[in-house]
Design a protein around this ligand. Structure first.
Ligand SMILES: [Zn+2]
Length: 400
């Protein structure tokens, strides 16, 4: 992504030290009064506390302006015990009472995206945290913390990193959750395991944003039709079967493009008397296609990781033009999100290899300390337990 715009403040600091590791971003607020405080003002406050200067690396004003605080390379002073590996973002206001402005949310998401990319930090809840997750404090206020907890901030940051999928306007949150749940349950009822479902959904998300009426974007202009218009025209026959088959436009959940597949989808939907853009119809059609790929389906049923399915589905089923490592990683990333959202809570990690990278060191340490079962094959930790262990570890580090 393009670097975000930062207003340079050219502040003078006392002695600073170089930060060797950067693997976490911590959000803060001003608290007390809902004031639109500037980096310069905070610099003054922190100098008065005999610090080297402002402790945060960035300040985000109410109009969304991002101001430079402490130099990015320097160890900050914003999260006791955690400064050596974190960047601190201060968002001006009191979010116990007020809410961050839309501009602040957007700038914060863009800044998180930029930092995650430049420092290779995973853009997820393990690495983007509120101050209060590291130690007992109300900072960054319940209203800002809520934007972390409900996924709004991180989802938006991701859209800055990956680009909004197919440029579609995301459906309303409730509808969006219904669509995802419906797709998840559809494959669950077909007997697929959670890895397989997540891997398929990550791919479909990359293709269509999981929007069944999605017409490939560049065709919206060449055909002069929106998703809705195209769907309607195919349904009412004003855009005929032949046109639909041979226009080379990707359409639907899987962005069916090849003429034979589009023709089969058309016949399938018409045969059921359903709209070409109907979600259930497309899922049933997709399933019928998978059943024809019996070898792939067998592999999906025996899948043992999200990444395995995600890549299998990409290479053996979707076969998009871009099959690069980057594209695979992106799809695996989406797949992992669906897994965490729908399948993760039932998930149990049986050995250290299965534990996600961000928690591996901590879990390993706890094994060595024999707090948890040290025998590698019988780890049997739930995803919630792993999260709890990592959270506990962070707090312990603080209080020691
Ligand atoms: Zn704070």
């Amino acid at each position: 992504m393009e670097r975000v715009k930062i207003r340079e403040t050219n502040l003078d600091f006392g002695s600073l030290t170089n930060r060797a590791t950067t693997d976490m971003i911590v959000l803060h607020h001003t608290g007390e009064n809902d004031i639109d405080v500037s980096a310069e003002q905070i610099h003054g406050w922190h100098l008065n506390q005999e610090w080297a200067g402002i402790g945060y690396h960035f300040v985000i004003r109410k109009d969304g302006t991002i101001e430079r605080g402490r130099p990015e390379w320097a160890v900050g002073s914003h999260a006791y015990g955690e400064n050596s590996h974190t960047l601190g973002i201060h968002i001006s206001g009191d979010f116990e009472q007020a809410k961050p402005t839309e501009n602040q949310i957007d700038s914060c998401a863009a800044l998180i995206a930029d930092l995650c990319e430049r420092y290779s930090i995973s853009c997820d809840r393990a690495h983007i945290v509120g101050h209060g997750e590291l130690m007992p404090t109300a900072c960054p206020g319940k209203n800002l913390q809520a934007l972390l907890n409900n996924g709004v901030l991180i989802d938006r940051a991701k859209s800055y990193i990956y680009g909004t999928v197919k440029n579609e306007k995301p459906p309303e949150e409730k509808l969006w959750n219904d669509i995802q749940e419906k797709i998840w349950n559809f494959f669950k009822n077909k007997g697929l395991n959670n890895y397989a479902i997540a891997g398929i959904m990550g791919n479909l998300y990359a293709e269509s944003g999981l929007i069944p009426t999605n017409l490939q974007n560049n065709f919206e202009s060449t055909l002069g039709m929106t998703d809705e218009k195209y769907t309607q025209s195919v349904d009412n026959g004003s855009y005929g079967k032949e046109e639909f088959m041979y226009d080379s436009a990707g359409y639907g959940l899987a962005q069916w493009t090849y003429y034979a597949r589009k023709a089969a989808l058309y016949t399938f939907a018409k045969g059921k008397g359903k709209s070409i853009g109907d979600l259930d119809t497309q899922l049933e059609f997709l399933w019928s296609e998978l059943e024809e790929h019996s070898a792939l389906l067998a592999e999906l049923k025996n899948a043992e990781s999200v990444r395995e399915v995600s890549t299998l589905f990409l290479l053996d089923f979707e076969r998009p033009a871009d099959q690069s490592e980057g594209q695979r990683a992106k799809r695996a990333g989406y797949s992992q999100e669906f897994f965490d959202k729908f399948g993760g809570s039932e998930m149990r990690y049986n050995n250290l290899d299965e534990v996600p990278d961000w928690a591996k060191d901590t879990v390993k340490k706890w094994q060595e300390l024999k707090i948890i079962n040290g025998d590698g094959a019988n780890l049997d930790l739930s995803a919630d337990m792993v999260r709890l262990i990592v959270m506990f570890e962070r707090r312990m580090r603080v209080s020691i």
